[in-house]
Design a protein around this ligand. Structure first.
Ligand code: NAP
Length: 300
């Protein structure tokens, strides 16, 4: 039987409606408008499309939003000065620097310069540290989105064998960490992390009740690597071509057509984890605004 599709698009829409109401209430009751600045350096087509989608969503939800487009050759010190300006700007609660940055800019230096209380991407080491020890903080958007998808799709995570393919700082490591924590409603799993040094990856993936794949390799997970009835979360976004109209053709890290016949539930690409990532960025910005206004919030 074909798997249930876990639609990130639909779950995102629900959360965005909740956020829209919350933003309206923040404005009306507290005079607070969540403010987000997105900073784009250069003209990487994927980065442009991500930033455009983030800006469009922020505007749609009623945020105060600012877009900064900087040329590829901008210096590190100019970028640091811009971050400093927004760290001090009271109308801005969230600062997002779109990655990757050009090679002449030290990415770590830039991320460390963002005030952790405005770090809505959750990449600052203060937030990463708080996440690892289970304190309230800005969770990184993609792992947070995966957790919310599992929750809203009512997937049994407590006690499950979870296998994560990939150990990047933005997806693999944080999602593995969050799922192993004794946290409710989504956590308390037994987690295995695979990477290019893993000897027999299929032996691990075949044991997974929940398989999360963030390798950045088109269709690296084939049906024979998946247990019957597993829940499969495909994080991969691979550009494998262009349509005659010039639109990117995307594919995930999972061989969707074959795996959906074996899994009990699966996320599509596009329309799966991608929209959730943007939605959790909006959620973090709303939480940041509440934090700055001294209102009860989920971050600290
Ligand atoms: P990344 O930094 O390139 O990390 C990829 C990880 O996968 C690495 O840990 C790598 O192992 C591992 N890996 C690669 N090939 C493998 C293989 N054949 N077998 C086992 N492990 C393998 O990538 P990322 O930033 O985490 O992103 C992963 C994918 O998710 C990309 O397609 C990216 O576009 C997508 N993504 C999507 C969203 C979204 O919102 N949907 C957000 C972020 C990323 P080593 O550590 O050993 O090199």
């Amino acid at each position: 039987m074909s798997a249930r599709i876990i639609s990130g698009k639909e779950i995102s829409q629900q959360i965005r409606e909740e956020l829209r109401k919350e933003v309206q209430e923040l404005k009306e009751k507290h005079g607070v408008t969540p403010g987000l600045v997105t900073i784009l350096v250069g003209e990487n087509p994927a980065s442009i499309s991500y930033v455009t989608a983030k800006q469009r969503t922020a505007k749609d939800l009623g945020f105060y939003s600012v877009q900064e487009n900087l040329p590829e050759e901008v210096s590190e010190s100019e970028l640091l000065a811009l971050i400093d300006k927004y760290n001090k700007d009271e109308k801005i609660h969230g600062i997002l620097v779109q990655l990757p940055l050009p090679k002449h800019i030290n990415e770590r230096k830039i991320l460390y310069a963002i005030d952790p209380r405005k770090d809505v991407d959750g990449f600052h080491p203060v937030n990463v540290g708080k996440m690892v020890i289970g304190e309230p903080c800005f969770l990184p958007c993609t792992p947070h989105g995966i957790l919310v998808m599992l929750e809203r799709a009512q997937v049994q995570v407590d006690g499950a064998d979870v296998v994560v393919v990939g150990r990047s700082n933005i997806v693999g490591k944080p999602v593995a960490n969050l799922l192993l924590q004794k946290r409710k409603p989504v956590g308390n799993a037994t987690v295995t992390v695979c990477h290019t040094g893993t000897r027999d990856m299929a032996a691990h993936t075949r044991r997974a009740d929940i398989l999360i794949v963030a390798a950045g390799r088109p269709k690296v997970i084939t049906a024979d690597m998946v247990k019957e009835g597993a829940v499969v979360i495909d994080v991969g976004v691979n550009r494998i071509g262009t349509t005659p109209e010039g639109k990117a053709i995307l594919c995930g890290d999972v061989d969707f057509d074959a795996v959906k016949e074996k899994a009990s539930a699966i996320t599509p690409v596009p329309g799966g984890v991608g929209p959730m990532t943007i939605t959790m960025l909006m959620k973090n910005t709303v939480e940041a605004a509440k934090l700055w206004a001294g209102l009860p919030c989920e971050v600290g």
